[in-house]
Design a protein around this ligand. Sequence first.
Ligand code: SAM
Length: 280
Amino acid sequence: MTESGKLYIVATPIGNLADITQRALEILQNADLIAAEDTRHSGKLLSHFGITTKMFALHDHNEKQKAQYLIDLINEGKSIALISDAGTPLISDPGYNLVNIAREQDVEVHPIPGPSAVITALSAAGLPTDKFLFAGFLPVKQQARLSELQKYKNADFTTVFYESPRRVIDTLKYMMEVYGEERELVLAKELTKHFESFVKGSAPQIIDWLQVDKDRQQGEMVLMVSPNKVEQLMSEDAEKLLLALTDELPLKKAAAITAQVHGLKKNDLYKYALSLQKED
Ligand code: SAM
């Protein structure tokens, strides 16, 4: 039930319209106003479901300025639903300022959960999900993009990026440079749509897959990077031993001894020790 004087954050489908929830439809139908990122785009979704609620444009460029106006309407007793072009608002989409101001001013905010590309991609990628990091979109500038990737190099969790088709090949090349040619990645494309696909492999393998056909380079994409295996497997004790030995012995020897003591692969340890040396 939509109650007056509240802000609802409503998730909408990321491709397949049948993924809209019953609650989302009820809230959107009964709200006094729908704040939408792009009213023309969302107009199509709403008319598909026969929803005639008035819309208000709230996007990155006017959000700060218009947020207080919307909060004032809520304080006058109106109920407002926030949606974005697709998926969950605020997840790489506008809405943060509005929700932040609403919370500061004790306005009730209710999430109406539903699709989001990050969770949809993770749920079917076959990568570890007990711990993950959503890193959003990478910066556009080359140096900033490289240093952002560098931050997650030794992550012992899955890292998830949103990526645009225009930049995906470049990003994969950077990933190859920073993470090496063997790190396992998953590219999830066109989720919930007709041409949905998951491509698992190393960066060079995914680049090859994309280059087979220009059509493969189109559409919406999520890129996931598997955890750094050695980081995941190596205990604190193993790392301490490896570091102590590398001070005294050649890397190969230090890796071999640590591998024997801790039951790990010497090649993995060698690469790990090498990457630490490069960082220094
Ligand atoms: N708020 C949305 C959410 O909850 O997922 C994300 C909005 S963000 C502006 C758009 C990006 O999300 C796309 O560039 C793509 O990386 C990802 N995305 C959205 N829909 C997708 C889909 N159907 N398949 C794959 N990625 C998708």
